[in-house]
Design a protein around this ligand. Structure first.
Ligand SMILES: NC(=O)c1ccc[n+]([C@@H]2O[C@H](COP(=O)([O-])OP(=O)(O)OC[C@H]3O[C@@H](n4cnc5c(N)ncnc54)[C@H](O)[C@@H]3O)[C@@H](O)[C@H]2O)c1
Length: 269
C-alpha cells in the first residue's frame, strides 16, 4: 500500500454487504491510511453487516437516509465532530429503482415509484453536496465521488428508469462541481463502473447475461468492485487534484468498443 490517504478524513455512503462497491472502497481507503464515518439508510443497517466493516476499519456508523436533508445535516455535523475537523473525501454509492424492484416496465412506469427512485439515486447526490457546502464541511483540495453507469449515455433496456437517474446524477456532478471548485477548491466526479455483482447490480433483469456480454466486449475485461475501490482511492488522493466535473469511465474499455472479436465469433459460428 502507498499511504495515499494518510491523514485524510471522509464519509462513505452505501456499504450494505461485502459485495458492495462502498464496502471494498472503505477497506481500501482504510489500507491507504484514511479515516471515515460509514453511513447507510436506517433500514439497510438492519439488513446489512455494516458493523463488521466498522470494526475492521475502526470506523463509527451514523445512519442517514440520503433523501432526508435533516439526516444529512446531522450526519455531517456528527462526522466532522467524530473525525476532528473538515472532510477530505465523500463517496456517494447509492442506487435504487422502485420500478425495477416492483417489475414495472420502462414503458409503464409508476411515477410515484419513479420519483422515489430518482430522489434516492440522483437527487440525494445534490442533497449530500448541498449539506456539505452549507456547512463548509470540505477541506480545500477535497474530493467528492459518486458512482454511475453507462446507461446514462447509451440504452440498456432493462436498466429501466435508473438510466434517467444516472443521467441526472452525472449532470449534478458537473453543475455542483463548478460551484464546489470555484468556491471551495473541491473536486466532484462520477465514476462510470462496469456491471458488478452486488445487491443493486443483481436487481437488474438479465444481469448474468449482461455482465458476461460486458466481459466479452471489454478489452481489459470488466472492472471489479475492488478495481473500482482502487480507482476511487486515486480520485480521493492528491494525485488527481485537477480532475473535476468529469464522468470517468472505469469499464475495461467497454464504452469505446464497437464490437470485440469474441462477440463477432459468437455470430459467425
Ligand atoms: N453493481 C453494478 O453493476 C453497478 C454498476 C455501475 C454503477 N453502480 C452504482 O454503484 C453504486 C453502489 O451500488 P452497489 O452496486 O455497490 O450495490 P449495493 O446494493 O451494495 O449498494 C447500494 C446502496 O444504496 C443504499 N441506499 C439505498 N437507499 C438509500 C437511502 N435512501 N439512503 C442511503 N443509502 C441508500 C443501499 O442501502 C446500499 O447500501 C450505486 O450508485 C450503483 O448504481 C453499480
Amino acid at each position: 500500500m502507498y499511504n495515499l490517504l494518510k491523514g485524510k478524513k471522509g464519509i462513505i455512503f452505501g456499504a450494505l454487504d461485502s459485495n458492495s462497491i462502498a464496502w471494498k472502497t472503505a477497506e481500501r481507503v482504510h489500507e491507504e491510511g484514511g479515516t471515515f464515518v460509514l453511513t447507510n439508510a436506517p433500514v439497510a443497517m438492519r439488513m446489512g453487516q455494516i458493523n463488521e466493516l466498522a470494526e475492521k476499519t475502526g470506523s463509527q456508523i451514523i445512519p442517514a437516509d440520503a433523501t432526508s436533508e435533516e439526516d444529512l445535516d446531522n450526519l455531517i455535523a456528527e462526522a466532522t465532530k467524530i473525525l476532528g475537523g473538515k472532510l477530505d473525501f465523500v463517496l456517494h454509492s447509492i442506487g435504487m429503482s422502485v420500478n425495477v424492484r416492483k417489475g414495472k416496465a420502462y414503458t409503464d412506469e409508476n411515477y410515484d415509484f419513479t420519483t422515489k427512485g430518482w430522489d434516492v439515486s440522483a437527487l440525494s447526490f445534490h442533497k449530500v453536496m448541498k449539506s456539505l457546502y452549507k456547512a463548509d464541511a470540505m477541506n480545500e483540495g477535497g474530493s467528492i465521488v459518486a458512482l454511475t453507469y453507462m446507461a446514462a449515455q447509451r440504452t440498456f433496456p432493462d436498466y429501466n428508469d435508473m438510466a434517467d437517474n444516472k443521467a441526472y446524477l452525472e449532470s449534478v456532478a458537473r453543475s455542483f462541481g463548478y460551484f464546489f471548485g470555484k468556491e471551495k477548491g473541491v473536486r466532484v466526479n462520477t465514476i462510470s463502473q462496469s456491471p458488478t455483482p452486488t445487491t443493486a447490480g443483481q436487481g437488474v433483469k438479465g444481469f448474468d447475461g449482461f455482465i458476461s456480454y460486458a466481459e466479452k466486449m471489454s478489452p481489459l475485461g470488466n472492472a471489479s468492485a475492488l478495481d473500482c475501490a482502487d480507482y476511487t482511492v486515486s480520485l480521493f488522493s492528491d494525485l488527481t487534484r485537477k480532475v473535476t466535473m468529469q464522468n470517468l469511465f472505469h469499464d475495461g474499455g467497454f464504452s469505446n468498443t464497437g464490437v470485440s472479436q469474441e462477440v463477432v465469433d459468437m455470430f459467425t459460428k
